[in-house]
Design a protein around this ligand. Structure first.
Ligand code: FDA
Length: 398
């Protein structure tokens, strides 16, 4: 007599992690008629989606393309991004009647709430017959033949196993290194992980200056090596933050300097020397506040030139101040770590995975998707697009 599968514990596919990538993958596999179990240790699915984009979820970016992603292999993301694009996700959101808007730089947000995105994915999973079980802690994974996933609520078996448990950022919300541990156990290498999209920290000497400007935000070009971003920078009590800083943080090697151009559209030294002739009696900070917020102008002027009318300040000192404003070079001591990072850079080595299906090359039936993989997006909806694209790709194959 042929074995009848036990619908409670035997599945074709088990997806661990009901986040962005896991829900997309489970839904797609379910649509193909696969019996899918989607499990998570959390008490609700998609918690990071819920807090993303200030509660409005920046769910994709109109301009998403491979150049917006970091990875030891920059080609790896191309296939999945091309097979399931931002337009595919926008179509999905539109089909569900979720209103959205472009905020800036191609970044798309829900008009209402991030919960609409979670509800959409949970609903699609349900309609595709996915068995979603929350509050399940995985205690062991074996693969004698099929995968056996043991949890505190009992064991489950499957032909395919998808690791979709994300990266290390925000451990307070339940982020774990689970995917890396399981990948290692099956012999998959891990590309060194570090916090990405994270505020930078500085020495006490730099902080003394920065604290005085805390809360101030300005447009700047921030660069490290050949990588540069033009977006807002924010002074905080702990150092520097804001989109341009977060973007550069993902690329920043330990101990490397960043350069901040506070006046990207002007030669600041030329401007100051010109004002020295034209407004000799005005204080340096006053002429600088023609171009910069007053507090920022005062902060830099007081730090670099004597408090005198600009006409009395030596050309050399004005040139140093101008050059500093165009290329303020500072060396962070580090960053605020996974507790404040939006993403984890690094992860499961892409060399061990098929870029078309996200399947492990050396372990039949094993897949990894989303942030757990060594593909990291820029700030601006790119990380969710990677979650959708990689989850979709695995869902066609698992
Ligand atoms: P994700 O972290 O979403 O899901 C992993 C799931 O696995 C979770 O449900 C977790 O509970 C579960 N899990 C973990 N360990 C487990 C274990 N041991 N056993 C069982 N389950 C386990 N990106 C973007 O594009 N636009 C945005 O607006 C934002 N905003 C944003 C804000 C903040 C504050 C953060 C921290 C991050 C963002 N991001 C973002 C990044 C984005 O949230 C992130 O890249 C994706 O959620 C990654 O999707 P995954 O599905 O890979 O992991």
């Amino acid at each position: 007599m042929p074995d009848t599968p036990n619908s409670e514990s035997e599945f074709d596919v088990i997806v661990i992690g009901a986040g962005a990538a896991g829900m997309m993958c489970a839904w797609q596999a379910g649509l193909r008629g696969r019996r899918v179990l989607l499990i998570d240790h959390a008490d609700e699915p998609g918690k990071k989606i819920l807090i993303s984009g200030g509660g409005r979820c920046n769910f994709t970016n109109l301009t998403a393309a491979p150049r917006n992603f970091l990875s030891a292999n920059p080609h790896f993301c191309k296939s999945a991004l091309a097979r399931y694009t931002q337009n595919d996700f926008i179509d999905l959101v539109n089909r569900h009647g979720i209103a959205w808007h472009e905020k800036t730089l191609g970044q798309l947000f829900c008009d209402g709430s991030a919960r609409q995105i979670v509800d959409m994915l949970v609903g699609e999973c349900r309609d595709a017959g996915v068995d979603l079980r929350l509050g399940h802690t995985v205690t062991a994974i074996e693969k004698p033949d099929r995968f056996t996933v043991s949890t505190q609520k009992g064991p489950f078996t499957s032909d395919s196993l998808v690791l979709a448990t994300g990266g290390l950022s925000i451990p307070k919300m339940g982020a774990t290194g689970f995917a890396y541990d399981i990948a290692r156990r099956f012999g998959l290498p891990i590309a060194q992980t570090r916090a990405g999209l994270v505020p930078l920290t500085f020495s006490e000497a730099d902080l003394d200056f920065m604290r005085g400007l805390s809360g101030l935000s300005f447009d700047a070009v921030v660069s490290t090596g050949k990588t540069q971003f033009r977006e807002a920078v924010l002074f905080t009590h702990r150092g520097l933050s804001g989109p341009a800083i977060l973007q550069v943080s993902s690329y920043l090697p330990d101990g490397a300097a960043i350069s901040v151009n506070l006046l990207p559209d002007r030669d600041a030294a030329d401007f100051l020397l010109e004002r020295k002739r034209e407004r000799a009696k005005a204080e340096t900070q006053t002429v600088l506040s023609e171009l910069l917020p007053a507090r920022l102008a005062t902060g830099f002027a007081e730090r670099f030139v004597p408090k005198r009318p600009v006409g009395e300040v030596a050309d050399k000192a004005l040139t140093v101040l101008g050059n500093t404003l165009n290329a303020w070079r500072i060396v962070p001591t580090g960053n605020e770590g996974y507790a404040k990072a939006e993403v984890t850079v690094g992860g499961i080595d892409t060399g061990a995975l098929s870029s078309k299906t996200m399947a492990a090359k050396s372990v039949p039936g094993l897949y990894a998707v989303g942030e757990a993989v060594d593909v990291t997006g820029w700030l601006g909806g790119y990380n969710f697009q990677w979650a959708w694209s990689s989850g979709w790709a695995a869902g066609q194959d698992a």
